[in-house]
Write a protein of this length. Structure first.
Length: 225
């Protein structure tokens, strides 16, 4: 590894430290919630090791807890993570001409936060910068999940159950900034909730698919408007 490569990796590591600090406590909450709903230590850790997508992992926990079918969980989280396709394409364009064999690994590590850091970084970025940035964030998420699961075994049952509010707090935190910026987004979010309620009421198909259907319908309406 030449000096320039080492410098890029170190810059990526430094840029990823704030993401590590932000991810760790959220991942602890995820680990505790996973313990609360009855997932094993291996399943909980594998969740973060192989998926590495905070919002969809929390959503999947909620779907597992409510008994949603396996296919419904996969399809719903797939829809939630579709935005990563655009993020990955954007980063691939920024490192055009560099060693592209690492692109699948770079794409795996893309999250909202790592993309935001990379997209706004004032200097040019390379593959090693991205791998170091995303690897640091990844370490924070996986280690936080493990610590949370272990902590869940020490906490009382009532305290573990109370951590469930963290799931709803997370999605409120994601949604509210957008609602404050745009009345259209607020109306679309409200409409999505109403569509979901309507689908639950008319019972066209198994209830596990209602959330995915609401996402698709509201997204199409938003795009058309």
């Amino acid at each position: 590894m030449n000096r320039e490569s080492k410098s890029g990796a170190m810059e990526g590591f430094k840029a990823g430290l704030p993401v590590f600090v932000g991810y760790f406590p959220v991942a602890v909450a995820f680990g505790i919630l996973a313990k609360t709903i009855g997932l094993s230590a291996g399943d909980s850790l594998s969740f973060s090791v192989m998926v590495f997508a905070g919002a969809s992992q929390f959503m999947a926990l909620n779907l597992i807890k409510t008994g949603v079918a396996f296919g419904g969980i996969i399809f719903t989280t797939f829809l939630l993570n579709l935005r990563h396709l655009l993020m990955s394409a954007s980063l691939a364009a920024k490192i055009k001409g560099q060693n592209r064999r690492w692109l699948p690994l770079v794409a795996f590590g893309v999250t909202d936060e790592t993309f935001a850091v990379a997209a706004t970084y004032p200097k040019s970025i390379g593959v090693l910068f991205l791998l170091a940035l995303e690897g640091t964030a990844y370490l924070g998420w996986v280690s936080g999940t493990l610590c949370g699961y272990l902590a869940g075994g020490v906490l009382s049952g009532s305290l573990r159950e109370s951590m469930g509010i963290g799931l709803y707090a997370l999605f409120v935190a994601i949604l509210v900034p957008g609602l404050k910026k745009s009345g259209f987004i607020a109306a679309l979010a409200l409409g999505s909730g109403l569509i979901h309620m309507l689908l639950n009421w008319i019972k066209l198909w198994p209830v596990s698919w209602n959330l995915a259907a609401a996402i698709i319908v509201s997204s199409l309406i938003g795009a058309w408007l």
